[in-house]
Write a protein that binds this ligand. Structure first.
Ligand code: SF4
Length: 301
């Protein structure tokens, strides 16, 4: 993964900057500094970005945008707060509409001070972010290879992490189903998810204190509805989903004899995966918009 060092891709977002820091950021791309000759690419797509570079203080409107962009970026990723405003709120931090720096919304890895931050300092911050990225990548790789995942029951305190994982894990479905409004896991709110804890059992997979997988089941008499078996994309293909499914099924009372689940008709990979885990298709129902809902079932062994 030497690609990080050779060509980090950057996503630049102006949270509510006075434009001073943005001009300095763009100056890094002009012929005087020309960071592109070093392989640094300014991309507009969060799904292609390694480094999230944020300028300006955070206000109520930019909060959700920052979170949304951050969640769409693949792991590993690094965040650079550029300028006093992005670091702490700067001269605007006591304004009625400013909530502070970027680290109040997402974790920040590198702080570049200055008002405005100078291009040399911004380039220095990006170089530091590349080191952070390489470190994160090494840590993730070693954890993933050793599969040190621990499987535990989840509680309501895990809800924010589960929701963040859910938004990452289901992001691919957005294109498949024509927008996030058609993918319930992408529009679920934190209060809704927290409210599920009363009736629904949750299990989580944790690697080094970080939640990387989750599954849930809603028991109903002798059957249970199993849903949202999800694993962070970086940890997929290592048997963690299979283990989560086993854990959630085991966690249910023994009088639950039937496990039921359902997937969208276009989610062929998920359907095939469930069939490999012993689930059988029992019903295909029409579902809006222009889709079907496939119901699967498995009896307790
Ligand atoms: S740090 Fe200074 S230049 Fe940068 S956005 Fe804030 S006020 Fe503007």
């Amino acid at each position: 993964m030497a690609g990080f060092g050779k060509s980090p891709w950057i996503l630049h977002y102006d949270a509510s900057s006075c434009n001073g820091c943005d001009i300095e950021t763009l100056a890094c791309l002009t012929p005087l500094f020309d960071v592109e000759r070093l392989g640094v690419v300014n991309t507009g797509n969060p799904k292609h970005a390694d480094i999230f570079l944020v300028t300006g203080a955070v206000n109520e409107q930019s909060k959700s945008v920052i979170r949304n962009l951050y969640e769409q970026m693949p792991e590993p990723k690094a965040v650079v707060a550029v300028g006093a405003c992005a670091c702490t709120g700067g001269i605007f931090r006591q304004c009625y509409n400013i909530s502070g720096g970027v680290d109040g919304v997402i974790p920040v890895d590198v702080y570049v001070p200055g008002c405005a931050a100078r291009p040399e300092a911004i380039i220095d911050g990006v170089v530091k972010a590349v080191q952070v990225l390489e470190h994160k990548h090494r840590a993730m790789k070693s954890n993933a290879n050793r599969d040190q995942a621990v499987y535990l029951p989840a509680d309501p305190e895990d809800a924010p992490e589960i929701l963040a994982l859910q938004r990452i894990a289901y992001r691919l479905h957005e294109e498949l189903y024509g927008g996030e409004e058609n993918v319930p896991p992408l529009v679920q709110t934190l209060p809704e998810l927290t409210g599920e804890f009363g009736q629904t059992r949750f299990v989580k997979a944790v690697v080094n204190g970080k939640l990387i997988g989750s599954a849930r089941a809603h028991p109903n008499d002798h059957a249970a509805e199993v849903s949202r078996i999800m694993v962070h994309p970086y940890f997929q293909g290592r048997g963690i989903g299979r283990r989560l499914l086993g854990e959630i099924e085991q966690s249910l009372q023994h009088d639950v004899k039937l496990f039921e689940t359902a997937v969208g008709g276009k989610s062929e990979e998920n359907m095939a995966w469930l069939q490999r885990q012993g689930y059988q298709i029992v019903q295909i129902m029409p579902a809006a918009p222009a889709d079907t809902r496939v119901h699967l079932r498995k009896e307790r062994a």
